[in-house]
Ligand binder design. Structure first.
Ligand code: ADP
Ligand code: ADP
Length: 237
């Protein structure tokens, strides 16, 4: 089953009479359980693509189907709710709220589901335990290490079991040791939580953890690599 489908998606920007096709006829699908990396040079259209999928921006033409719903058919008033119900986000700077404890940061992602309080408490604890931050849940983000903040952001992203997790340059600000830790955590979310992940990055080391890599250039997907199959010479097929 496909969590996400893009069909001939285009996004055109016009500024000062100049038109840019930031995303130019992109089609691909994301089956459940995927871990897809989108790579490309600066200006190739990665952020635009992510903004379209995350419903922050609207396509010029083409269709994006997320969990069976055509994004263009969602009323603007319903957009925020739809996003909260279907998507989890992991950003470069994690976006944890400084004035809330780790527990509250994770629970916040769950309150929109209108679950009973006891259920929220339970899921928060379970998710935290799997990310090994259950002992520091009552601390504030500024009181824990960078690695612990990272794991909290990952816990928050998966807690509500979103259909798709979008990661935007999650290792962008990290040294190589930290980048490895984060990527191993994302692999764990994919393997053990069954999270479907789409990650945008310009970093080859991070992308090497993905099961599939799409390469963007000038708004188009020009190449894709899948990890599982190799031909007789060892090239990916
Ligand atoms: P990337 O994330 O790969 O660096 P972007 O999606 O940011 O690429 O940009 C793709 C192209 O679209 C670039 O040529 C960029 O200048 C242009 N672009 C992006 N956002 C806007 C905007 N808001 N207005 C005009 N042009 C834009
Ligand atoms: P830990 O002891 O948990 O590994 P440290 O604070 O000693 O944490 O630093 C290593 C970890 O911190 C790495 O896993 C990295 O992910 C993270 N890290 C360090 N600085 C930052 C930062 N400014 N923002 C996000 N993560 C950071």
């Amino acid at each position: 089953k496909n969590i996400l489908e893009l069909n001939h998606v285009k996004k055109e920007y016009s500024a000062d009479g100049l038109k840019t096709l930031a995303v130019n006829d992109v089609s691909f699908s994301v089956p459940e359980g995927s871990f897809i990396g989108v790579m490309g040079a600066s200006g190739s259209g990665k952020s635009t693509l992510l903004n379209l999928i995350s419903t922050i921006d609207r396509t010029t033409s083409g269709r994006i189907i997320l969990d069976g719903t055509d994004l263009s058919q969602i009323h603007p008033n319903q957009m925020a709710q739809f996003r909260r119900e279907h998507l989890g986000f992991i950003f470069q700077d994690y976006n944890l709220l400084d004035t809330l404890t780790l527990r509250e940061n994770i629970a916040l992602a769950l309150t929109i589901k209108e679950l009973p309080r006891a259920e929220i408490t339970k899921i928060t604890l379970e998710t935290a335990a799997r990310l090994e931050i259950e002992d520091i849940l009552d601390k504030f983000p500024c009181q824990v290490s960078g690695g612990q903040r990272q794991r909290c952001a990952c816990a928050r992203a998966v807690a509500a079991s979103p259909r798709l997790i979008l990661a935007d340059e999650p290792t962008g600000a990290l040294d190589s040791h930290s980048a490895r830790n984060l990527m191993e955590t994302l692999v764990m979310l994919n393997r053990e939580f069954g999270a479907t992940i789409l990650m945008v990055t310009h970093d080859a080391f991070s992308a090497s953890y993905c099961k599939t890599i799409l390469f963007m250039k000038d708004g188009k997907i020009v190449h894709s690599l899948a990890h599982q199959k190799q031909d007789q010479w060892g090239y990916f097929m």
